[in-house]
Design a protein around this ligand. Structure first.
Ligand code: ATP
Ligand code: MG
Length: 390
């Protein structure tokens, strides 16, 4: 299945079950929202999950572009991207978790044709305040899916206080032979979907009270689902990443992890730019700048002459289409090239400074701070320059 077919199958399944389309939001949350980027399909729907009536009714479905800075260090492994698409379904005080899990199981096994024996679920196993999630466990058991009960891995919250509740994650076996072990003990089980029950409110004193209208939020990563449906070993061979991986690999010889980081960061940067963010020294602009500088630092390690201008527009156009962004790719590439020029210039000025400091001996924390605060040279960049001279 292609990502387009995966999305259509998801939408059709939930439309048949009377869900209506919730509009997709920008990666940039509205003013007043404390977070930098939209991190899940749930994020823009939080007020409705907490009781405000949604114009689309009590059953919703959508696809939402997401960005997770918390996953930056994971990028390069098999399953994490900085920007990705999340397929989501919601019950706003409507149906219960057993229904949500059963409908999810039907979609995975009928709609996507995943053999049921390649599935494994995890559920909340209880803690000192709450018992285990017996409903979820019994639902999976009745469906013939093995279950593992875990602790805080299966407790969703959005901070120390506020809405929270148990969740149930669905894993797909990606190993060669028949499934063995459990999700917590074998990385060949890849998490694809999470069904979250927003049922409680945690107060500042730690107390939990029940929400008047318990809701359900589910989120499934499009790129991960594509990976498991195609029997691929990583998200980087999927349709969404292939144009970037291919274009980078055609031009430059990079180790696999570097190739993944560059492909992910450039693709992510294009989506961020399409939502109006521009490189800068604070907030969102700084996240974007870091993505680009990290990609360039990796690229220039072997050959500082490499330039983003060498990459064709095909990756840009493909990504913008997949993310439903009707934006002209040309000016976006210009923005990336401007940022590259600025960074090159920074390095040109930085190199002699780093050489000078280094001549006095190994760099101290104070040297790093001075290079960063006074000359705008990030640590990663200084380390790169050090290994150049070394
Ligand atoms: P993981 O533990 O694998 O990082 P998670 O628990 O952070 O996943 P959720 O927050 O439950 O994931 O998000 C719901 C779904 O979104 C996941 O099941 C996965 O399919 C997808 N997803 C989460 N983070 C990423 C990412 N960085 N890149 C691609 N897909 C992701
Ligand atoms: Mg995660």
């Amino acid at each position: 299945m292609t990502p387009d077919e995966i999305i259509r199958t998801f939408d059709d399944h939930y439309h048949r079950l009377d869900h209506s389309d919730a509009p997709e939001s920008s990666l940039v949350p509205p003013p007043g929202d404390p977070v930098l980027f939209t991190t899940s399909g749930m994020h823009p729907l939080t007020p409705y999950l907490l009781g405000r009536p949604h114009p689309g009714g009590r059953r919703l479905v959508n696809v939402q572009r997401c960005l997770r800075t918390t996953d930056l260090d994971e990028v390069g492994d098999r399953t994490h991207l900085t920007v990705f698409q999340m397929l989501g379904s919601w019950s706003l005080g409507d149906y219960d978790i057993a229904t949500s899990l059963r409908w999810g199981f039907d979609l995975l096994t009928d709609g996507y044709r995943i053999p049921p024996q390649r599935l494994h679920a995890t559920v909340f196993g209880g803690d000192d305040q709450l018992g285990p999630d017996e409903t979820a466990r019994e639902t999976w058991t009745a469906l013939g899916v093995p279950v593992e009960a875990l602790g805080e891995d299966n407790w969703w919250s959005n901070g120390p206080t506020g809405p929270c509740g148990p969740d149930s994650e669905i894993f797909v076996w990606t190993g060669d032979g028949p499934p063995t072990g459990t999700p917590s003990g074998d990385a060949r089980w890849v998490e694809v979907w999470n069904h979250v029950q927003m049922r409680y409110h945690r107060h500042p004193d730690g107390r939990l009270t029940s929400l008047p209208l318990p809701s359900i939020d589910t989120g499934m990563g499009l790129e991960r689902l594509e990976m498991v449906l195609r029997g691929e070993t990583s998200v980087f061979t999927g349709d969404g990443l292939r144009p970037w991986v291919g274009a980078v690999r055609d031009r430059w010889d990079l180790p696999e992890t570097d190739l993944r980081v560059v492909a992910d960061h450039l693709r992510s940067a294009v989506v961020v730019l399409s939502d109006g963010v521009r490189p800068g020294n604070t907030g969102r602009g700084y996240v974007l700048r870091r993505l680009l500088r990290r990609a360039l630092t990796v690229l220039w390690r072997d050959d500082p002459a490499r330039s983003l201008g060498e990459l064709p527009l095909t990756g840009y156009a493909d990504t913008l289409r997949r993310f439903r962004r009707p934006v002209d790719p040309d000016p976006l590439r210009e923005l990336l090239c401007d940022e590259e020029r600025r960074f090159r210039e920074l390095l040109r000025r930085g190199r002699p400074l780093v050489d000078r400091v280094r001549a006095r001996g190994p760099l101290t924390e104070r040297d790093y701070h001075w290079l960063h605060d006074t000359h705008g040279l990030p640590r990663e960049l200084v380390d790169g320059l050090l290994s150049d001279v070394g």
